[in-house]
Design a protein around this ligand. Structure first.
Ligand code: TA6
Length: 296
């Protein structure tokens, strides 16, 4: 890992000054350029060299300790959504709010892999009373693969919910459709958690959309304006979350530009609600998503 200020075309893994007071790592190879922050082990950029940016990042994102970066791939862990018992706890857990450390780096001509780690501490034990070791493996190349492994290093089983909360760039959400969810049951978070069934082969967007689909299947974002398909494959995941805040919710989020909502869709490999994961002492579980881009 270099500490110089290389161009983004310089192959390798480079530590560069990031936004705010945070440390940024750039991953560059012949196939793509990516960047991540040690804060939250947060992938904030991935762009194949022959494509428009794939991960979306808000222009209003805040880069500071204790606050999740708006966009990229936030890690929701060890709970998805509100804390199951403590209304004062921050939504989506604390993995995205902590500084991770780099474990390993692998640079190949066509891909770059970085592994990062977070382990339980007195601070995390105050928030969640279990010993754990997390490992995140990011592989940026012709595709982007993100794999989060939870190890139970304690003496008792624990149960987690989680999501790789991926924000994808689209040209106009009103013209986007999602394939692959036909017939899947979903929890509609905009309709008081009603359990519905996906009717029709594609999901389209006419309002705030916040759905937790109960599925292990891959899905595909069809963007006719950018002329591309974004395929989101996954493993170790029983839920897929589809989210667009639309107008009112985007306006309520200080770190989300009021005019940014047409340009994003979240497709999140998750384990939420009935797909919660219980891990025995000494065991581990991995959730993985892999994003690929193709012309229409
Ligand atoms: O994944 C969808 C969701 O749970 C939405 O309900 C919305 O809250 C979104 O996550 C963003 O959450 P955040 O805590 O990052 O603002």
């Amino acid at each position: 890992m270099t500490n110089t200020t290389p161009s983004l075309d310089t192959p390798g893994v480079h530590t560069l000054p990031g936004n705010g007071d945070l440390t940024r790592i750039v991953l560059s190879n012949t196939q793509s350029v990516g960047e991540l922050y040690l804060h939250g082990a947060h992938m904030t950029r991935w762009q194949p060299r022959d494509s428009e940016p794939v991960l979306w990042l808000s222009d209003s994102a805040v880069f500071t300790a204790g606050k999740a970066i708006r966009g990229g791939v936030p890690l929701c862990w060890p709970w998805f959504g509100p804390h199951p018992a403590d209304a004062s706890a921050k939504a989506h857990g604390f993995a995205r709010l902590n500084e991770w450390r780099v474990g390993g780096v692998e640079q190949q001509r066509e891909h770059t892999r970085v592994t990062l780690h977070l382990t339980s501490s007195p601070a995390t034990l105050d928030l969640w009373p279990h010993d754990f070791a997390l490992a995140l493996e990011i592989t940026a190349g012709p595709t982007l693969a993100v794999a989060l492994t939870t190890h139970n290093t304690g003496a008792d089983p624990f149960t987690i919910t989680e999501a790789l909360h991926t924000y994808l760039t689209v040209a106009d959400i009103g013209q986007v459709s999602i394939e692959g969810l036909h017939g899947a049951r979903y929890i509609d978070q905009t309709r008081s958690g009603a359990v519905l069934t996906q009717d029709g082969p594609t999901v389209t967007f006419i309002e705030e959309t916040d759905r937790v689909y109960q599925t292990t299947a891959a899905c595909t974002v069809i963007d006719p304006v950018l002329g591309r398909r974004i395929h989101v494959a996954k493993s170790g995941s029983g839920s897929t979350v589809v989210w667009n805040p639309w107008i009112e919710k985007a306006a309520r989020l200080a770190d989300f530009g009021d005019d940014e909502w047409p340009g994003i869709v979240c497709i999140e490999a998750a384990n939420a609600f009935d797909a919660a994961i219980t891990i025995a002492p000494g065991d581990s579980h991995t959730i993985r998503t892999e994003i690929s881009v193709y012309p229409l």
